[in-house]
Design a protein around this ligand. Structure first.
Ligand code: FAD
Length: 394
């Protein structure tokens, strides 16, 4: 009897999820999981500074018969349906799942970019610990930038965050970016406003001439999907930048899927492809692709759902679209400010004006708003009006 052969490349959230779900949905599949890093919990990287062990125990996956190979895939031979490892060995597949993740971007126009560090892999946080800097400058206002600030503080450094517009712009209402900044300043984070002109070994020079002394400078402005294998194999890309997939995660080659940070997903609200680059999306993408492999015809759309906690007590929650994004998507938008009653210190719920349908939510708070965020997520997925959440908008 021929067992379907599934090869998964990458052992991050997308790859582990793909192997796990495929093993459960197709119990007799021969699954090979290949990655160039042993699996660990990437989104908790900063906690290594506090001694946390991030290694993922993969016994549950291996107990399903999944073969794990620690190596780099250097090539996909689509005609032969095989991948090539760095040692020249080839592994055949019937289906290939690319879960190759993404890499931090260092803008090429920034002078002195070579002096910048990034924060993506275990060795990056280890480097921060080993260098034990006094001043750390972080360029970028993303959630990863704030993870670096958190880690810098934990190793005893003074974090300076260079912000061009506002914090976590993609996920927060504008007023909440300001609140987050206020809360972080209370924790000792210093903010530098404007654009950096040049990074030098021991300083960052801003366009307005300000100079910020730096023992270590990090770039955290965003990521680029890791598409080397896909590009070389001539898989179709979207905007030349990210792997193009259908609503089940299938690439332009029907035998190859892409999940996680290297591909787009279909947004649950707009029904359009969108790049999320977050772990929660990678998990759903992995399930979506595994279901497709098992013959399931339907597909999952993905809600953006983010919860994060900075400096041990500043909770950021974001679900769905911000009002700015919703407007850009053509919705006639309204929003309501919420505070207390489980919503956190400062929150906004975003809805469509006519139907009152929930489109998004974001909150900055010193208390966790976990259960409320699940309620909003449910409302969004079921297209409920805000009134169903007990929110008075009269
Ligand atoms: C500091 C930080 C904090 C974060 N916080 C959050 C958070 O709070 N919430 C959230 O949802 N998301 C968070 N994220 C994002 C989240 O970590 C990513 O979305 C998630 O890791 C994506 O999973 P992935 O499997 O697609 O990619 P990755 O985790 O990047 O895994 C891809 C793996 O594939 C390997 N690989 C690539 N090419 C090859 C090859 N040719 N051969 C073999 N192996 C290969 C890579 O080395 C890597 O190990 C955070 C990210 C960072 C860096």
């Amino acid at each position: 009897m021929n067992h379907v052969r599934v090869v998964v490349v990458g052992m991050g959230m997308g790859g582990l999820g793909s192997a796990w779900h495929t093993a459960n949905l197709i119990p007799d599949a021969k699954i090979t999981l290949i990655g160039d890093e042993k699996p660990y919990v990437r989104h908790k990287l900063r906690l290594v500074t506090q001694g946390m062990d991030l290694w993922v125990n993969t016994r549950h996956i291996e107990s399903k018969g999944v073969e794990m190979i620690l190596d780099k895939v250097t090539k996909i031979r689509r005609e032969q349906k095989e991948v090539v490892l760095s040692n020249g060995e080839t592994i055949p597949y019937d289906y290939l799942v690319l879960a190759t993740g993404s890499n931090p971007t260092i803008p090429s126009r920034l002078k002195g970019g070579e002096h910048c560090n990034v924060f993506r892999r275990l060795e990056d946080v280890q480097n921060l610990i080993d260098k034990s800097p006094s001043n750390v400058v972080i360029i970028g206002a993303s959630f990863v930038a704030l993870h670096v600030a958190d880690a810098a503080r934990a190793v005893g450094a003074q974090p300076y965050v260079v912000v061009r517009s506002r914090l976590i712009r993609r996920s927060l209402e504008p007023e909440l970016s300001a609140k987050l900044e206020e809360f972080l300043a209370e924790k000792g984070v210093k903010f530098v406003k404007g654009r950096p002109r040049e990074v030098q070994e021991n300083k960052v020079v801003m366009e307005d001439g300000q100079v910020v002394e730096s023992d270590m400078t990090f770039m955290a402005t965003g990521v680029s999907p890791e598409i080397t294998l896909a590009k070389e194999a001539d898989l179709e890309l979207l905007d030349g930048w990210v792997i193009k997939t259908d609503n089940q995660g299938r690439t332009s080659d029907p035998n190859i899927f892409a999940v996680g940070d290297n591909a787009t997903v279909i947004d649950v609200i707009t029904g359009k492809p969108i790049y999320m680059g977050i772990g929660t999306a990678a998990s759903i993408m992995a399930l979506n692709a595994a279901k497709a492999l098992s013959g399931f015809k339907a597909s999952y759309r993905v809600p953006r759902y983010q919860r994060d906690v900075f400096f041990g007590g500043i909770h950021m929650t974001s679900v769905g679209l911000t009002s700015v994004e919703a407007e850009n998507e053509g919705f006639n938008v309204d929003r309501t400010y919420l505070s207390g009653d489980g919503w956190g210190d400062h929150a906004y719920i975003v809805y469509e004006k006519e139907t009152k349908r929930v489109l998004g939510f974001s909150s900055i708070s010193k208390e966790d708003v976990g259960w409320r965020s699940i309620e909003v997520l449910t409302a969004m997925l079921r297209k409920w009006p805000v009134s169903k959440l007990g929110v008075d908008i009269s």
